[in-house]
Each structure stands twice: as C-alpha cells, then as structure tokens.
Design a protein around this ligand. Sequence first.
Ligand code: ATP
Ligand code: MG
Length: 751
Amino acid sequence: MSKSALPLQCVRGSEKQVIKKEALVKLLRWHFGHSDFRGNQLEAIQAVLSGRDCFCLMPTGGGKSLCYQIPALAKPGIVLVVSPLIGHLMAVTTFSFIVSPYGDKAFFIPQENQVMALKEKGIAVEYLSSTQTVKVKNKIYENLESGKPSLQLLYVTPELIARSGFMSKLMKIHGRGLLNLIAIDEAHCVSTWGHDFRPSYRKLSSLRNNLPGIPVLALTATAVPKVQEDVIKSLSLQKPLVLKSSFNRPNIYYEVRYKDLMDDPYSDICNYLKSCGNVCAIVYCLERTACDDLAVHLSAQGIPCSAYHAGLNSNVRSSVLDDWISSRTQVVVATDGKYNLKKGIDRKDVRVVCHFNIPKSMEAFYQESGRAGRDQLPSRSLLYFGVDDRRKMEFILSKAANKKSHSSSMDEGSTKNSLPEFQKMIEYCEEAGCRRKKILESFGEEVTASLCGKTCDSCKHPDMISKYLEELTSTAAFQYKKGSSRIYITSASDTYGDEQLSEFWNRNDEASGSEEEDISDSDDATEIAKSVANSGKSSKWKLDKRLESLERAEENYYRNKNNQDKQANKVDKKFISATLRDSGKQRLLNALKQNQHLSSTLQMDFVTSAETLEIECYRKYGKSGKSIYLSQMASTARWLSAVVPDELTQRLGTTTRSSMPTEAAKPEADRSLSPSAPFIAAITPVHEENGSGSGATIESNSTVVEHTLPPPILSFSEFINRRKVMDKQVSTSKRESKDGVSQGMEKKAKC
Ligand SMILES: Nc1ncnc2c1ncn2[C@@H]1O[C@H](COP(=O)(O)OP(=O)(O)OP(=O)(O)O)[C@@H](O)[C@H]1O
Ligand SMILES: [Mg+2]
C-alpha cells in the first residue's frame, strides 16, 4: 500500500550540514521499515548529504541502494542513479525487478519492479531507458523541465548519460540547482580490471566535468583493490570518503568436492541437491552444453530444473526464469555469462549455489556464490573441483595470455592478467586451510582463522579434507597435470576458434531475436577465451580498439542490429565440425549413461548406440546446417535421457533396418506421420490415449504395462509438416465457424 511521505522539514538540512542520525533513522523506518542502518550505510549517507564524494564498497546484498535512496528523501532535489541495463531487464521478462536492475546485481521481488516498489513507499521515482515509449519518456522530461520537478529519484542507463541531448538536459537541471546527488551503482563496471567492464561506463567521467559541485557516490561489491583505485580515478572522485565493509558472508557455508575422487559427480550433485530439500538453487557450469547435460540429468532424477544460458532465445530464458522465480523449478543450471543468473535475476532466498566447474577467478566465484543467502539466512556454496576442469581453464587462460605476450607494445598497467587470478581459485580448492579465510585474504582482508567458526568444510572436517587432498594428489589425473595440457589442445582449437561448440537448440531463434547476445558475453569457454584474449591486447591503441568495438556492440543492443550481420552470422554458424560431432556423440552417450532405465542393461553398447544415433542425425540434417543438426541432437538427448531399453532397441533397430533414409527417399506417408510412428508401430498392439504419442498403454504378451513414452524425436521436416497441418486445421475451423456465424446472421436477418 502507498504510504504518504514523511514530513521532511524535520530532516532536511541545508548544504554542507551533517544531518543527524536520528532524523535519517526516522526516514529509514518510515519508508523502508528497517529499524537501523547496517554497516557503513549511515556514514555513506551522511557523507553525500554533506556534499562529499564517497566510494562505498559493500558485499552483495549489503544494502548499497539505501545509500542513495535515503539521500533522495532527506534533501530536496533529484538523485540521479546510473545503473546498467535497466531497460533490458525491465523489458526482458514479464516480472519486475527491484533496486539495481542490472543483470549482475538485480534482485527480484515478485509482481513489483524497482520503480514500483519505491513508488509504493511514497517515493517519487522514475527510470529512463531505451525500452520506454517516447510518450512515457516525454512525460518524465516534462516533469524534469517543469518549474518544480516532483521527482526524487531518477534511474538512468550509462548509455543515456553518454548522449549529448540527455547531458544537456541534466546540465539545465543542474543549472537550476535541482540536482542532489549522482549515484553510480555497480561502479566497478568502469574499470577494465574488473570482471564486468562496460565501455559505456567510461563516459561517466563526463558527469563530474559537466555537473560540478554535485557529490558522486560510487557503489560496488567488487573487492579487488586494483578495481577500487581504478573506479575512484576514472570517475574523478575528489577526496572521497572511502568506505569498505568486510566481504565476509557469515551465513554462507563453503565447501569443495573433488570430482576425481568420485564415481559419478552427476549423481553426487543430484544427491546433494535432494538432501538440501526442495530449496532454491543455482548451478553454474562453464559451458552451455554442460548446462544442458546437467539440467537433463537433474530433471531425469526428479529435480525440477532448467538450463539457462545465452544460447536460448529470450522467450525461453524468460519462461525459465518465470518458472524458477515462481518456484515451479527448483534449480537453474546456468553459465556465468552476462545474461545469465549471475547477472540476471536473483532471488533473495537462494539457499544453494553450486559451481560444477571451477570459476575463472576468485572475484567471479565470490560474486556468484554470493547469490546465495541474500536474505541473510544460512546458505551453502559448493564447488566441484576437477583436475580436468582446472586444466581446461588453465589452457584457455594461458592461450589468452600467450596472445597477450605476442602483442607488440605492452601496456602492463591497463589490463589484468588472468592466470594469477585463477591461481587463487586453485589454492582455494587444492590447498588445506580455511576456505573463508582464503576468499577474504584474496581480497586483501586480514582475518583470523577463528572468524570462520567451522562454517567451511576445511574448518569443520580438517582431517577429512587433508585426506581428500592427499588422495587427489595421487590420482592419475593430478599426476598428469604437471605434464601438459595436451588433452585440451584438440578441443581447444575449436573452443578458441571462431566457432562456438556450446550450442543448444533454437540457434535460429537466437540469431533472429535476441540482440542482447551481441554484447561481449563471456558465456562459455569460447567467450571466456575471447574476452581474456581481448583484454590482453595491451597496447593503448589495441585497448581503445577493443573499447570501441565493445561500445559499438553495446549500442547495437539498444538500437537494432542490422540484418546483414545476422545473415553473415547465420552462414558461419552452419558449418558442422568434426569436434562438434564428437561432442554431440559424447552428449548422447552421457544421456544414455544417465538414464536410470538403462543402467541395469549392462550388455548394451552405449558407445555404439550413441554413435549410430549421431550418424543418423548428421546424415539427415548435416546439410541443413548446424542449427537444425543441434536442435535434433538436443531432442535426441532428451529422448535418450528417459527412454526404456525396449524402446531404444526398437529405435536402433528401425534405424538400421531403414538404413537411415534421407527425407527425400522416405515414402510420402511416412514423412507425414508423427516421427514416433515407426517406433510405436513396432510395438504392437498399441492403444493411444488422447491420440498422442505420450501416455500410451502398451500391451505386450497379454500383460498390460503402463508406460509414459518419452517425447518423440521430431525431425525438422516433420515438425514443419505438422505445423502446416495444424495451421491448415486452424484456418479451416476458423473459416467454418465464421461461415456458421454468417449463416446464423443471415438466418437472423431473414427472420
Ligand atoms: N539497514 C537495513 N536493515 C535491514 N535490511 C536492509 C537494510 N539495508 C538494506 N536492507 C535489505 O538488504 C537487501 C539487500 O539490499 P540491496 O539490494 O540494497 O543490496 P546491494 O548491496 O545493492 O546488493 P547487490 O550488490 O546484490 O546489488 C534488501 O532486501 C534490503 O531491503
Ligand atoms: Mg545493488
């Protein structure tokens, strides 16, 4: 319910005057219902209200937003909040977001968006972004230009700040003395050293020059000292009050598990999630294919789960998030890319964050694991460490570092070296000692071991962890690690090249619909390699080039990228490499192995089965291009994850007997049938319920067996044919009903 504003005369003070704590606490209680300020909130608020610049470093969920929201209430004038991707996030789903609606740090309150939530609290707030209609924007501009603007808080994107038209509007407002504060949320985005650098943030330095005398508040949860210095310098903060909170997240229990010591990491994560109960969880994977595979596996084991990554079109992503946020799915398996869970939408009650592959840096790990327990309740971070994963990441990073060293004029100071960053992650996993201490020390925080209070596996079970580490160092995989990263060279040539191995279905949709992927998106191994390599081009000239290209990509997101690019992309994306095919076989093999129905069928040759199905798919769809091939592979993997032995035998038998005919060679009748038809026909007799392939009752040897058939594998042409038939049916029935209506009307008219 809307609340009337607290009479402000009791708290509003003139410039440079420190507003007393009591008055600010009153505002906090009245508008937000919190009893007192947390951490450094009060200091930050008082500093900016007295006109001083402030750099405020608070952990994820620490309460940074209040540091600019309270000043908006405590002093006349407008607080300008720069926050990335407001428009994107407000537009991308049907839900609403609150506070910093930037992917990385956004968090979600059902049915309310950030602006709505603040309005509900009686605060005059608006946001401006490219996703709004001209009408809405004009209304806001009118307010700003009116004699007495009623706005207290205005959220804008960094891209808008970069536009000269908007800047001149701001300058006018400033000239009229109506600007109270400039708050820059997610301020680490300004730094090329940070893991979330955004070129448009570089233009924010113009704020200081164009709007002199207005305090600037930079807010971030990024703990790396180099980034902090960079932010202060880049935003031209003047003698700022620097406030740093501890990065300790006492409500998160940290744990590492060792894949190389397990029979089956998939089962382990599955059992782990089950043992946590029906809680909200995020699982991060390095690559999209790993996401898809794991999501399939968890779903097959009865855990409501979906994959979420940039390979899915925005509609699918929205519906995945919808399901997750409304608790229809328990677990989301995501890559760590820009539009994914790390930076997408967050729930405050995430109880578990799992990293199924080692993250590329401690910073990334901290941010991602920090999605857990934003409501301050006990939560868990679990990292699955695998020597192979480690090597893969090392290869990607060192390849990028090599590229860097080949670039001629080095400018060491301007970009970060990712290998030492990754080393911290390795130490976190491979060395004994308190995990919490390692996290905090990696951010330069001095802590005693007692701080942890047995809230990490290493402090809680030191002997067990020592034993695991001993075992790990004696594993073949570990022994091999000092040799070379040979095993990744083959895959890495693909991983690092222009081609993306990690694909999922709907690549066509993606190419045509979701512009957001055009923004530098370290979504999978390929992208990580690319982004690291790019950041490694360290001459000033090269850095500028990179920034320019990123800026262009960013602008493309907000406008509409031209169709020629899409066409070019589509052509490149058609080629199916041998490695892609190998990974496809592996994917089918994994699906087979994960299938519980088949695990008892020991005589089954999984490898040959996977190969046969892949060859079938390639022969049928290889020429049609990568998208269709991948789409079919995804369908097949889904089908395999639930198939029962008889059905698989039938399928393989059918395949062999029919010698994998091409679509053209198939009899006409066969092509128009549902793809499952030959398969169902082979099991006789069949009684279909509801006329569909699923839920059929299969009678065999006089015994009635209830089966839920797995989803049929739809070939592309069958899918198109089916659509055509359905469209035809719909238009016929529409015509008929229209005829019926007009006949009825004719009758009425005659009467
Ligand atoms: N003083 C306070 N007392 C109680 N709760 C608070 C206080 N300040 C903030 N909160 C709550 O803490 C939660 C996190 O706040 P907020 O989103 O501002 O954090 P943040 O630091 O911006 O996090 P992120 O880095 O993820 O963006 C919110 O639910 C907010 O209502
Ligand atoms: Mg925030």
